[in-house]
Design a protein around this ligand. Structure first.
Ligand code: G3P
Ligand code: CA
Length: 252
């Protein structure tokens, strides 16, 4: 294992310890020495790109509404931290611009086009990435293949990852590898529960990176590392950092 690397991606920031997709969770990841963050984007009603996971604000703020039905000014008034803990009451929903302004040059960004019916969101995200000149520091992902395809055709220089649309209990299907290669994606991103060493080798041998997600506990984390994945999103990147360090991986 000596000299190996694995991309440790703080999932919605260090979201086990701070409210997901807020500055507090991204700051914490940075403090932990993590170099990669994952975040989810949606359009607001007035066409700003904002960083939030769900298509409503209900779970992670004190509001109740669809993100796409609120203006940025309205979203900014919401408390995006108290649901997680009273010490985070000052946290607000950020725009993608605010995130890039703050962390550009310090972090790599794995940006998930989260919303379903958002033609143009992938392209406008690419425009922003190009405006900041960080094409080499970004991977754009989605469960929705059409948004990964939009990214690839609009900005082929930006890396893409397809989040494998197979839920719990689903069986692997090699057709997904064929589809990802035909579409010229860079990464295939299965849930950690689906990963086996054979599957990882099969995907890598076809020239794709394997970046898994859905790493809910340390056993799955260790399994994914031992299966040879190239990277993973994880809510507790400090634990992955320590495990990698103890097992001969290079930590930047
Ligand atoms: O790493 C991909 C992962 O973020 C996808 O799942 O639900 O956390 O957006 P979700
Ligand atoms: Ca996500």
């Amino acid at each position: 294992m000596s000299g190996k690397r694995l991309i440790n991606i703080a999932h919605r920031g260090a979201s086990s310890y701070a409210p997901e997709n807020t500055l507090s969770s991204f700051d914490l990841a940075l403090d932990m020495g993590i170099k990669d963050i994952e975040l989810d984007v949606h359009f607001t009603k007035d066409h700003h790109i904002v960083v939030i996971h769900d298509d409503t604000v209900n779970r992670t703020t004190n509001g109740i509404c669809y993100v796409s039905e609120m203006t940025l000014d309205q979203l900014k008034k919401l408390d995006a931290g108290s649901w997680f803990g009273k010490d985070f009451a000052d946290q607000r929903i950020s725009t993608l611009t605010e995130i890039l302004d703050k962390y550009c040059g310090q972090l790599n960004f794995h940006i998930e086009i989260k919303a379903r019916n958002v033609p143009g969101l992938a392209s406008e995200t690419c425009d922003m990435v190009k405006k900041y000149g960080i094409e080499n520091d970004v991977v754009i992902t989605s469960f929705w293949k059409e948004w990964v395809e939009e990214t690839k055709s609009y900005s082929p220089e930006i890396k893409t990852g397809w989040l494998v649309p197979l839920g719990p209990g689903s069986q692997w299907n090699d057709r997904l590898v064929d589809e990802a290669i035909e579409a010229e994606f860079n990464q295939l991103c299965p849930r950690a529960e689906l990963i086996t060493p054979t599957l990882v080798n099969k995907i890598k041998n076809r020239g794709l990176e394997v970046r898994c997600h859905g790493v809910f506990d340390e056993d799955l984390m260790i399994k994914a590392v031992e299966c040879g994945v190239d990277g993973m999103t994880i809510n507790f990147p400090d634990k992955l950092r320590d495990y990698l360090s103890e097992n001969g991986y290079l930590i930047d």
